[in-house]
Design a protein. Structure first.
Length: 256
């Protein structure tokens, strides 16, 4: 931790890491930790610069390559990320996770599903949160293929492993709505929002109805979506997103 803090402090000042007296493995480890820290705070450009700087100094390895792919995905460069990942000889769960995301970003959904399934298999003995993320990613790409029944199963597996996984809970709500299971969808939207809006019951309900309305738009049921947006506004009259959604629905009607 001290090395990481030192690396970040030095990087912030000059972009150069203090390396005197360290062996190559220690230097590489600090670079990897720094890049991970930058990616965690969404600093994609700085992360990629740090990776290229490290590689220019003869550092690297698979961990650095995978972080470079993640930085490229962060910068919305999935094709570049996929090219890098395809050159990796070790095809482990993290590599397949990134391959899945890259294919999904490129709209190559069958390949994305294949890579996500491989990641799930490889993580069967991994930490619960890692397994949950793998199942959530699989659910997401399955929903993109409109296979919502299997997406629901994947999200449920993720939530069995980590009941607090908000993203999986929210995405489960979306797939349930696509299957016409609106009551279940609403409950999951509400549960997903509780950590953020649990302090205000009306705001919590309003946002759950709003999210259900968005899902119903995706399902093509604009009348039901409109009812949910209106319910949102009955609870929170100044809910700007619901107002915008209703305005867009009205515009669509006028254009037709």
């Amino acid at each position: 931790m001290k090395l990481l803090l030192l690396a970040l402090a030095c990087a912030a000042r000059s972009g150069v890491l203090p390396e005197a007296g360290w062996d190559a493995s220690e230097v590489n480890e600090v670079h990897v930790d720094m890049v991970r820290a930058l990616l965690e705070v969404g600093s994609c450009d700085r992360a990629l610069d740090a990776i290229l700087s490290a590689k220019g100094q003869g550092l690297g390895g698979q961990a650095m390559d995978l972080l470079q792919a993640e930085a490229l995905l962060c910068k919305d460069l999935p094709r570049d990320a996929l090219t890098l990942l395809e050159g990796e000889s070790k095809r482990d769960a993290e590599r397949n996770r990134l391959v899945c995301i890259a294919h999904a970003d490129l709209g190559q959904l069958e390949a994305a599903v294949t890579a996500c399934r491989a990641s799930v298999r490889q993580l069967k003995n991994g930490a619960p949160r890692q397994q949950a993320e793998a199942w959530q990613n699989l659910g997401f790409v399955l929903s993109a293929t409109r296979d919502h029944e299997h997406a629901v199963e994947a999200y449920q597996r993720a939530l069995l492993l980590d009941p607090t996984y908000t993203r999986a809970r929210n995405n489960l709500g979306f797939s349930l709505a696509m299957l016409g299971r609106d009551d279940e969808a609403f409950k999951n939207f509400k549960s997903a929002l509780e950590p953020t809006y649990g302090f205000d019951a009306e705001l919590l309900e309003a946002n759950a109805y709003y999210n259900l309305g968005l899902a119903l738009v995706g399902r093509g049921d604009e009348a039901a979506a409109r009812r949910n947006f209106n319910t949102t506004l009955s609870l929170v009259p100044d809910h700007e997103l619901a107002q915008q959604a209703l305005a867009e629905l009205r515009m669509n009607e006028e254009e037709e």
